[in-house]
Design a protein around this ligand. Structure first.
Ligand SMILES: [Zn+2]
Length: 399
């Protein structure tokens, strides 16, 4: 068994996580959800309902730490105004484990924890095809041909649940993602409205609101704080990031326009992120030794901040000289599941993970060459530090 680590922020699946936000969306339209909605101290019962419906604005990787840092400047007046107008102000909820987009967006799309929707990591072993599959492209490692999303799909989306209750949904996301197997998985049951640039988010929302004949659900997704944080580092008080600060100013302009539309159409607006990011030191990037790679039963799954290893147990990881100062936690998969990391028993799914889960220490990333070389990032996520796990929740009710 592992020793509990006080530095870890575990997912608060019991009413304080992004999974519960999705359940609150269903609750706003009177549709039964697979998990409980947000706890009343985070959101009053039915608190996402609005006469025009609900707008959920999801910023990829805008963790609570990064938003707090931006709010401490005068660079994002629209977001600061939203916090002032929100009856409960700016609150913090948790991401899921792993704190990574593929898993987290599926939790937002399904109101299910990873243990139920089955996207247990960025890369996963699929016993059926005996291969590690990248869950963003759905391509097995070493190939460019994706597996069909039906192999992965296990639960209905919230859009499908809403549609069954005759509530229409619109997903406003990057047009480049349209029609990919991953987007098909996420968007099932929603109308997809693609954008080419940031300004089109509010434009597409306005078109959708003008066309609506009844209260509806609108899900908006903006990916680039994640991208910029990977390359330039997230903007945190102790480690500023000029690139992310500039991006926040552009985002703030869009937020103002979205908020104005929500006010005009009676929509409740909720602003969240799927996960945060922690600053990495590229010089502390670690590659597994040749001997350790031989011990692994197959290429690692998971991600650079939380690799999933088959063929080695916790003791073998701890005995590896090159990992002594870089591993925050090494835990048997069964122990992590039992400790609730994935929000359930992962019935029939633990083979997707392997034997041992490793979490990287602050500043550390594990690199593995899957055939296209390696690149050390300045920021990343998928671990359980507060910067990766805590995300904002701002809710401004519609009338
Ligand atoms: Zn990312």
């Amino acid at each position: 068994m592992s020793v509990p680590n006080p530095e870890l922020i575990l997912p608060d699946y019991d009413g304080g996580s992004i999974v519960n936000v999705a359940a609150s969306v269903l609750d706003a339209f009177g549709v039964a959800a697979p998990v409980a909605p947000l706890r009343p101290d985070l959101l009053p019962v039915g608190g996402l309902a609005g006469s025009g419906g609900t707008v959920l604005l999801v910023f990829d990787a805008l963790g609570a730490a990064q938003l707090d840092t931006a709010l401490a400047t005068d660079r994002i007046p629209q977001l600061a105004g939203l916090v002032e107008r929100a009856p409960l102000g700016l609150q913090h909820i948790t991401s899921i484990f792993p704190s990574t987009t593929t898993a987290a967006l599926n939790s937002l799309a399904t109101a299910c924890p990873p243990a139920e929707h089955g996207i247990l990591g960025h890369m996963l072993w699929f016993e059926e095809i005996r291969s590690v599959v990248n869950m963003l492209t759905l391509c097995p490692i070493g190939t460019t041909k994706p597996i069909h999303e039906d192999v992965v799909r296990r639960v209905p989306t919230i859009y499908q649940r809403l549609a069954a209750a005759r509530v229409p949904s619109t997903l406003i996301s990057d047009r480049a993602f349209e029609g990919t197997p991953f987007t098909n998985l996420l968007a099932e049951g929603a109308r997809f409205a693609g954008y080419h640039g940031l300004s089109q988010i509010s434009y597409q929302l306005e078109l959708a609101l003008q066309a609506a004949s009844k209260p509806a659900f609108y899900s908006l997704y903006w990916p680039l704080i994640d991208t910029l944080s990977h390359f330039h580092g997230p903007d945190h008080r102790e480690t500023p990031s000029a690139a992310c600060q500039l991006e926040m100013e552009f985002i703030d302009l869009m937020v103002g326009k979205v908020a104005e539309l929500c006010a005009r159409h009676g929509c409740t607006l909720a602003v969240i992120a799927d996960h945060g990011q922690t600053r990495l030191q590229p010089e502390r990037a670690v590659e597994f030794s040749a001997e350790f790679r031989v011990a692994l039963g197959r290429v690692p799954a998971g991600a650079s901040r939380a690799p999933y290893l088959a063929g080695v147990d916790v003791d073998r990881v701890r005995a590896e000289p090159g990992l002594v100062d870089t591993v925050q936690v090494a835990i048997a998969t069964d122990d992590a599941v039992a400790a609730g990391w994935f929000g359930g028993a992962c019935d029939g799914l633990t083979s997707r993970i392997g034997d041992t889960i490793v979490l990287a220490r602050d500043g550390v990333q594990f690199l593995y060459d899957y055939g296209r070389g390696t690149f050390a990032f300045s920021g990343s996520h998928s671990g359980m530090t507060s910067q990766e796990m805590l995300v904002p929740l701002i809710v401004v009710p519609g009338n």
